[in-house]
Design a protein. Structure first.
Length: 337
């Protein structure tokens, strides 16, 4: 996608007008942009940061690079990003810096948009077709982690995967199970939705047990999960767990509302920054500015999809699982997230 944007940009100006120096420095800028995309994925994986945080940071970094480059050599950008063959070293560095900022923004945005779209299509299958089997798989994954460290609390290396599995269980129960009821049975479907939402809040309470374990947490959580597993396998939805109090349900709803607002903010921020840069004339000339605006719009649409399907934003990253394969074989013996 980055290559497509670059080729389209060069074709619009014409290869003859760009000249050899421009071709060389556009190639360098493209490599810098791809490097920014790789670095952003590495930071997201290594630091366990949210994708939205990385994207916003890299978009702001790219915009800052363009702004700095334009201030150093404004004549290049006023002339259509064309560099003469006898240009000074400062002009060449300014052109590379500006192109790196633009291509970096494109690379980062496309990378995370593609990863999230891939995650969406992979993660939405269980919620529609395999809600029960997917939930059973997540429960058995946590039970395996608990069995490894019994009777002591869960090992620190398994905390992240177990909390992620609990979140997926909550989403599958809250959103996947009600889909098993026929659409024509409105009253029954509504009752199932209410009961499954209560069970989802109860499962999320178990995340506190995992995060702040006590001496009996291993045993108590095992008992709860085995009971949950039995209720799901027998489809006894009335036997699903209930939250400890009404306060926890209200707190859970408040958390959902805050997460929704945060998702909206992260979704529209890149587009708002891009439009602000276009208004201040810091974006490169057409057609590349249209690509940047398009990318920001696509990013906003991706986060709209997150709002429409909560499983989209589950803390399961296909790319992170792929990266773990190359970490000394650790991906083969760790629990499935």
């Amino acid at each position: 996608m980055v290559l497509f944007a670059t080729v389209s940009e060069k074709a619009s100006y014409g290869l003859d007008s760009l000249g050899k120096w421009n071709l060389d420095y556009y190639a360098i800028g493209l490599l810098c942009g791809i490097a920014m995309g790789i670095v952003s994925v590495f930071l997201s994986t290594k630091l366990a940061l949210r994708d939205g945080v990385i994207v916003v940071a890299m978009v702001l970094t790219g915009a800052a690079l363009v702004g700095v480059a334009q201030s150093v050599s404004p004549s290049i950008y006023e002339g259509g990003w064309i560099l003469p063959s006898n240009a000074s070293t400062a002009d060449r560095l300014a052109l590379v810096t500006g192109i790196a900022g633009v291509h970096g923004t494109i690379a980062v945005s496309y990378t995370f948009a593609a990863l999230n779209l891939l995650r969406f299509f992979l993660d939405r299958r269980p919620i529609k077709k395999m809600a029960v089997s997917a939930t059973v798989a997540e429960i058995t994954s946590i039970l395996a982690n608990l069995y490894e460290t019994r009777p002591l609390p869960m090992a620190a290396t398994n905390l992240s995967s177990s909390m992620t599995s609990l979140e997926r269980i909550a989403v599958l129960i809250g959103r996947g199970f009600p889909k098993m009821a026929p659409a024509s049975a409105e009253m029954g479907r509504r009752a199932m939705e209410d009961r499954c939402q209560q069970a989802a809040f109860a499962v999320r309470e178990y995340q506190t047990w995992v995060a702040l374990p006590g001496y009996d947490t291993n045993r108590d959580l095992t008992v709860k999960l085995v009971a949950l597993l039995g209720a799901i396998c027998h489809l006894e939805l009335n036997s699903l767990p209930t939250p400890s109090s009404e306060f926890s349900v209200q707190a859970g709803k408040s958390k959902v509302a805050l997460n929704t607002l945060r998702t909206i903010a992260v979704g529209i921020l890149p587009l708002a920054v891009t439009l602000a840069l276009k208004w201040s004339k810091l974006l490169p000339p057409a057609p590349l500015d249209s690509f940047v605006i398009l990318i920001s719009t696509l990013w906003a649409l991706v986060y709209l999809m997150i709002l429409l399907d909560p499983l989209f934003s589950a803390r399961v990253s296909v790319f992170k699982d792929f990266v773990s394969v190359f970490r000394g074989g650790s991906g083969g013996n760790r629990s499935r997230p």
